[in-house]
Write a protein that binds this ligand. Structure first.
Ligand SMILES: Cc1cc2nc3c(=O)[nH]c(=O)nc-3n(C[C@H](O)[C@H](O)[C@H](O)COP(=O)(O)OP(=O)(O)OC[C@H]3O[C@@H](n4cnc5c(N)ncnc54)[C@H](O)[C@@H]3O)c2cc1C
Length: 429
């Protein structure tokens, strides 16, 4: 019987392990931490899961948060583009709501599901030296240990790597004392110098808000760069409030000053990510092949909320490839499977890297301006977060964006001539 080893019990590793379990494929999951330790750990992200991922959760029988999500999910995207005093505003209505659950609650629960259903989990970090030994114990090893963990096993795709350093500094946290007025949704604010995402998230304290700042150094959000929560919590909370006041008055208006602040010291994350695409498989010195899954394969800046959704989508593609052909997990198998994953991933990668430009590309701004007057354009912009291929099809060049807008009855020539960075044709890449 084919036996699969999975290293890393994050989104990708868990969804693959649960998928294989459903298909009666024996699997061992090597998890850095057990459920209790995971619950105590630092906030690793504040991810939103779009509808296709929620469909996969239902298929795996791990849709535990549907009830809470009834009034605390991402049914709408409230967009605000440009600086005060007159930002452009539009609301996108999602066909199916997205969901955000504290990763530590989510991943520990799925790990428990896997084990309670008879799955084998081994706790403790896997070291590079153990990889060959583990590969001997399994027909295939899948490596899904997240960004920055032994990723050098998989060479960078130099031809696809747009950046060699982070494009944003990230500061996300879970807060008390900030409302999200119904109907619930994520509030997205794009200003020169960065972005703010205000997300309804299900947490250890129930329904709370995540505030996720994406900071372009040297811009309006700079004050957050010089304050680390663990060094001075009060100054951190104060700095966030001042920043809301200065750049995001709509969000500031939702704050109750008396109760505002980070929920618990481990509920903050400050860091940066270099968007990187890697090859999806590698060969160990003993000749065995290892597949990459999730952030190990492609890590995006979180700007467009794609990484967790992609890790889940690729877990299913990888699982289906294992079930469809288990004759040999050789180079042929790896190459074919990588091609399927890359076909999905490269849309997330190209689209995210394009949107990371500051100021926003002109065709993106044109689409947003049109969305402010045309609900169908607005809704499609929102729903396309769940469909990276479709989204990139619309945005990869000005010609594509204008054709899309024309089909929705927008008079493209009449759109205001808004500032944007040089709008090169991306569709050739
Ligand atoms: C601030 C922020 C916001 C985000 N927002 C979104 C969003 O809205 N939507 C979205 O889709 N994505 C979002 N992401 C990205 C998303 O969190 C990641 O892309 C996703 O978690 C990747 O899944 P993964 O399985 O590859 O890795 P992870 O989920 O990071 O899991 C990796 C696992 O491997 C384990 N591990 C590490 N080293 C070892 C080892 N040596 N041995 C064993 N196990 C090991 C870790 O403990 C961890 O459990 C966000 C990320 C950040 C930082």
């Amino acid at each position: 019987v084919t036996h699969i080893g999975i290293i890393g019990a994050g989104i990708g590793g868990l969804h693959l392990a649960l998928f294989l379990q459903r298909h009666d494929v024996p699997v061992t999951l090597y998890a850095e931490r057990g459920p209790d330790e995971l619950r105590q750990s630092r906030l690793p992200n504040t991810a939103v899961y779009w509808s296709p991922m929620r469909v996969r959760e239902r298929q795996l029988g791990v849709n535990h948060w549907d009830e809470e999500a009834a009034d605390w999910s991402v049914k709408h995207l409230y967009n605000r583009v440009g600086p005060e005093p007159e930002p452009l505003r539009f609301r996108a209505d999602l066909d199916e709501p997205g969901l955000s659950v504290d990763h530590r609650i989510y991943a520990s629960r799925l790990l428990e599901d896997f084990v309670n259903r008879g799955g084998e989990a081994v706790y403790g970090p896997v070291r590079t030296e153990s990889l060959e030994r583990l590969s001997e114990a399994h027909d295939l090893l899948v490596f899904s240990a997240g960004r920055g963990n032994m990723t050098e096993l998989f060479p960078r795709r130099e031809e696809a790597s747009a950046f060699t350093q982070p494009q944003r500094l990230l500061c996300t946290g879970i807060y008390r004392g900030i409302e999200i007025p119904p109907p619930a949704g994520t509030h997205l604010s794009f200003v020169p110098g960065g972005e703010l995402f205000h997300v309804p998230i299900i947490t250890f304290e129930g329904n709370r808000s995540a505030l996720f700042f994406e900071i372009v150094p040297g811009g309006v959000l700079d004050s957050l760069l010089n304050v680390r929560y663990e060094e001075d919590p009060e100054r951190f909370d104060r700095t966030v409030l001042e920043l809301l006041e200065k750049a995001f008055p709509d969000t500031r208006a939702l704050v109750d000053d008396a109760s505002f602040g980070i929920t618990r010291p481990q509920d903050v994350l400050q860091g940066a990510i270099t968007p990187t695409a890697r090859r999806g498989y590698a060969q160990l010195p003993n000749g065995k092949w290892v597949m990459a899954l999730g952030d190990v394969h492609v890590v995006n800046d979180p700007l467009l909320a794609q990484g967790a959704n992609a890790a889940s989508a690729c877990a299913f593609l990888l699982g289906e490839a294992i079930v469809a052909d288990d004759l040999a997990f050789d180079e042929l198998w790896c190459r074919r499977t990588e091609a399927r994953l890359w076909d999905y991933l490269r849309n997330t990668f190209d689209w995210t890297n394009f949107m990371l430009r500051d100021p926003l590309p002109a065709n993106v701004v044109r689409l947003m301006a049109a969305a402010a007057d045309n609900q169908r354009v607005a809704d499609e912009f929102g729903n396309n977060f769940a469909d990276p291929e479709r989204s990139w099809s619309v945005l990869a060049s000005s010609a594509r964006t204008d054709a899309f807008l024309s089909r929705h009855g927008v008079d493209v020539a009449a759109l205001p001539n808004l500032d944007g960075s040089a709008d090169r044709d991306q569709s050739r890449s």
